[in-house]
Design a protein around this ligand. Structure first.
Ligand code: ATP
Ligand code: ATP
Ligand code: MG
Ligand code: MG
Lengths: 218, 218
């Protein structure tokens, strides 16, 4: 379902060019659950942003579900981002003035789902936050904010889930609760890509892709 | 050096009172390195904010270095926060418009140190960020931001270091680099309190304090 061919990505800082991804090529089949690992600063989040259609590579090909992402229109890209992909951000990106429940409802309302409030509550329940639905992000612990970000990404049962360090702020038991939620969605057919530094989290995945020196380590 | 006696802390949300710390009592001796563990949402960060003199308990006593913190003047509290304690925040709290180097210089300039730039560079070097000193937080990876927050907390060689989940966004090897920095400061006499979900990080500590149901688990 995902094919990356020779992906290059650099950042420009004034006159300095910092090349982060140096020819990343990989294939992920539908329904797979893979882990992406690598040192801090190695390019994992950069790669995830490209996979999530939130950023564009400098060169190389990204074929998603048989379609060349570079050739999609803005509307088609928005459709992919809102309906096809669920993204858990490493720094959560929650809306600060909305409650946990309202934050999780957002993708449902975008995609025109009915019973948004019920579905949002159910997703928060799955990550252990049934008693925190009215709290705003500023009234939640770090691991609770992380779980709101997870619930929001999973609430539309997307075909593809991209989770960037979903258990970084969670104790072992709570992390297991979260990974069991991912595992259930994977059993139902979702393709899941998890960036993680945690071995127990990686163990839920059938394959590990390591990013080293800007490319996939052999 | 730290004595907490029967610390209670609640949050008020409209008419609802959420009690988080329910009589926390503990003692930490000078030069100890302890880990604080507990489920996500159990009150660890709340406890750390009280230890760091960033928040006030509803009741109970906090004796720091023989002085009752509740009786300190605003100036004395500012002195404690700026010169005595180094705090690594769970969500980093970096200044977005300043470079990594400038962020790490801030506590040195506050405390009137000389050669602030050199010391700041040295601290960033110790956490593996010598080649990222000019980057602003938005130009850094999650784990790099975490390490800037760590360097900033440690740059004044404070007597007491409070680190809230310092390795949550780091791969194992980078996490070890960071904990070796803490260990070195501990050998030089610093008292260190680390909140962590990571067993390898906790293994650097000589004692583990568990927070459960709002109190220290026996
Ligand atoms: N806007 C930017 N400008 C310049 N450099 C950047 C920018 N964003 C990221 N970088 C650099 O690109 C590299 C890769 O960043 P990325 O966030 O992909 O790393 P990562 O593998 O996710 O790391 P971590 O495990 O710490 O989250 C890092 O070395 C970082 O400093
Ligand atoms: N401003 C607030 N108003 C209401 N409740 C709050 C507020 N801040 C925190 N809480 C609640 O207090 C409890 C303790 O929060 P705290 O941040 O101390 O947890 P924690 O142990 O650090 O969790 P984590 O491991 O997820 O970081 C949580 O259940 C949280 O929902
Ligand atoms: Mg990252
Ligand atoms: Mg916390």
């Amino acid at each position: 379902v995902v094919t990356l061919k020779n992906i290059w990505k650099s950042y420009l800082m004034g006159t300095v060019k910092l090349t982060v991804l140096k020819g990343v090529s990989l294939e992920i089949t539908r329904g797979e659950m893979v882990a992406i690992v690598g040192k801090s600063g190695s390019g994992k989040s950069t790669l995830m942003n490209i996979l999530g259609c939130l950023d564009v590579p400098d060169s190389g090909e990204y074929i998603l579900d048989g379609r060349d992402v570079a050739k999609l229109s803005d509307d088609q890209l928005a459709e992919v981002r809102n309906r096809k992909i669920g993204f858990v951000f490493q720094n959560f990106n929650l809306l600060p003035r909305m409650s946990a429940l309202e934050n999780v409802e957002v993708p449902l309302l975008y995609a025109g789902y009915h019973q948004a409030q019920e579905r949002a509550f159910h997703a928060l329940e799955k990550v252990g936050l049934a008693d925190r639905v009215k709290h705003e992000p500023g009234q939640l612990s770090g691991g609770q904010r992380q779980r709101v970000a997870i619930a929001r990404a999973l609430v539309t049962s997307p075909e593809m889930i991209l989770a960037d360090e979903p258990t970084g702020n969670l104790d072992t038991r709570t992390g297991i609760e979260v990974m069991e939620f991912f595992k259930m969605l994977n059993k139902e057919g979702a393709t899941i890509i998890v960036v993680t530094h945690d071995t127990e989290t990686a163990e839920y995945c059938s394959r590990i892709i390591k990013i080293e020196d800007g490319a996939v380590a052999l």
